[in-house]
Design a protein around this ligand. Sequence first.
Ligand code: BGC
Ligand code: CA
Length: 335
Amino acid sequence: MTKNKMRAAGIIFCICLLFLGACEKNSPKTRDKLHVGVTYYDQSDTFMNELIACIREKMEGLGGKDLDITMTVRGASGSQQIQDDLVEEMIYGGCQVLCVNLVDRTDPSDIIELARKNNTPIIFFNREPVEEDMLRWDGLYYVGADSEQSGVLQGELAAEAIQNNKKIDRNKDGKIQFVVLEGEPGHQDTIIRTENAVNTLKKHGIELEKLGSGIANWNRAQAQNRTMQLISQHQGNIELVLANNDDMALGALDAYQKLNYAENELPIFFGIDGTDVGLEAVREGKLSGTVYHDKEGQAAAMAKLAKAAGTGKGMEDIPFQNKKYIFLPCTKVKK
Ligand code: BGC
Ligand code: CA
């Protein structure tokens, strides 16, 4: 090549570079992508389905002109093994952050190990891992309700109702005969809600007599069965039903309706959650009260945290308690 030809080639090369640069500036910037994987313990859980719907809505709301957020949601059908496999699929499928509602909150080791190796942060929600597991890696967070407060508020609602209506003590012995319907054994909300509801009633000076309790795993049909058994043991003597969630409070009511109890022979029922059916039952006076489990607040906190943890931007704006936890308060609901 002659000197002149080389110079001409150089000039053309530079013009091309300038041209390419200009194209890049004028073309719209491609949006960053954030793929969020969500898995929850069981697709038949009423509250969880409502919470998941809120999470979808809040995640979509956080996308914008700079960020394209996509979500994969998978239920684990009550099996930790299935959930472990789902988490693996999601991580290898390109999810940059995971939201995990564990099936077994005491068994997150495999999930944590896999996430740590692949540097994929996890937001656990609603079913809280034990502290020892939460400390295994920096990329682990928890979002949930304040369990203790939900129990206290249920106890306060029941105490107010009993103090304001002498007829609730139907046998007029000065004590309230009660039963408890409990969620899954080992779930933080089961243990803490029951304990705090009962203690709060006592603190308010209500004399209690516990007739029995039944484990109904958050489930309406199981609560109906357990209540049928409790009724057959104690007939019309139950004056108060404390249920760890709305579905079980409604299941207890179903049992009385199935046995054709008259309105004035019914105990009073309290739930927790404020699900659509739960709130409707409070409106109709079938449940005496419930405690609103702030699914909108939890979903908003999860979406904001997922965006920050997944993009690495904005972590300093997250109001953590104890570095990795976000607990949202509950509120009382009565007619
Ligand atoms: C809710 C229940 C739900 C459970 C699932 C609890 O916090 O109150 O309704 O079934 O979480 O983990
Ligand atoms: Ca009584």
